[in-house]
Design a protein around this ligand. Sequence first.
Ligand code: ADP
Ligand code: MG
Length: 511
Amino acid sequence: MPDAPHNLRFHSISKSFPGVRALADVSFDVAGGSVHALMGENGAGKSTLLKVLSGVYRPDTGELLIDGQPAAFGSTSAALAAGVSVIYQELHLVPELSVAENLFLGHMHAAGGVVRFPAMRAAARALLSSLGESISPRAKISSLPIAQRQMVEIAKALTRNARVIAFDEPTSSLSDREVDRLFAVINRLRHEGRVILYVTHRMDEVYRLCDAATVLRDGRHVQTFPSLKGVPPGDLVARMVGRSIADVFRYTPRPHASNPNAIDVKDISGKGVHTPASFSVARGEILGIFGLVGAGRSELLKILFGATPARSGQIFIHGKPVHITSPRSAIRNGLVLCPEDRKKEGIIPIRSVMENLNISGRRHFSPLGFLINPARERQNADTFVKKLAVKTPSLKQLISNLSGGNQQKVILARWLSENIRVILLDEPTRGIDIGAKSEIYSIIYNLASQGIGVVAVSSELPEVMGISDRVLVMRQGALVADIPRNSPDFTPQNLLQHALPVAIHAIQGAA
Ligand code: ADP
Ligand code: MG
């Protein structure tokens, strides 16, 4: 590695496809020795930019400079020769060949025209073990899990002595532990002075891994943040969506400080929640729960909802002890859960919008408990569909034909028409586009202003910070922090610090 870090410059890059301007005059610099996030909503042009970088596409205009030298590649092999490696979402190894063969494909160790397999295997083994992997060089790529294939891709970049390594959403199919290992390797690449571009739309990854960030929107360069220190995630989101963060979340403080509690949770534990958890939510308060995937957040909600048995603890709703042994008893006590997986648990896909809206309302419309008044049901459904602007051609439409955002509105509308006291929301806007997210947030505020205690789990830092009055942080099955919105500790860096596993603190400290 050289004494000075490498650097990369995109200069005035444009690329059009028939009918689409995928990149329009994009210019920015990426400094080596740091991890540079490339961010933007779907269709912003991130993947196209990486394909220009790796020579898959030739740009219509503009050029790339690596270490100040123009590197106008027309082909992937030219890009490789210039020291650029891109680790794509869909990996590009040859599945039928061995690890060693893939690593040295195109530049086999040969002597007198004979490929020297033992030397290649030894080199492969050494390289992989330097990345902390003990993968056999003889293993067929097709026999390896994704995370290991990715490591082989990275090793391959190292055999080429890559100056620039770009990752396109590399964590989408990795487990937590695999993500930790990948990040440790990326940290090493950073220290070696390479240029690292990291495409993601996940805010927790950006704050955990990246030093700098560039935001693209509609194929245009919006802003480069040379340092993310002190940059709130809201600023990044606002840049990505082209609206101010206040417009996305429209948070307005609701006076709830002097309200009595909607729910008190005392020493609850169970599957996934190893350390007994205690907290309270006031009537009208929105409590966010932040944590990395696997921290135990969904498990905590399931225990409260009676979907998983509690090992210990006690729940009070409106001050009275309740005994929740099943979702049915939770609902009877006014506590409901909107689950993370809407398709599997939230909706009844083969039923209409109206039926889905009225599932919980049935009791309401029939004093006898079994006679249903169809006219009132229709009226109720109609009212909510209008009030929440659910986009559906009719009340009879199958709910599974609606977009994710509109399905979620229907699910939330159920509870608006009910007399509930506490609502638990698990990733309420996952997979929902930004416009519909805003509408979901207003429904959540609406629920809170009716005096309902709201608990919202989210993996998205901007969301959890954007809508919550107070945030609890969960880590490895325990509640580890409780931070009100008006506290000086209410910062993305701080929330993330609490959420990270202890082992990562050690890695980062050592780095
Ligand atoms: P991102 O990776 O940020 O989601 P992309 O670079 O994949 O965005 O896409 C940018 C725009 O270019 C989108 O409008 C997309 O539909 C379009 N696009 C990308 N690749 C092609 C292609 N091969 N042919 C036509 N249009 C494309
Ligand atoms: Mg993409």
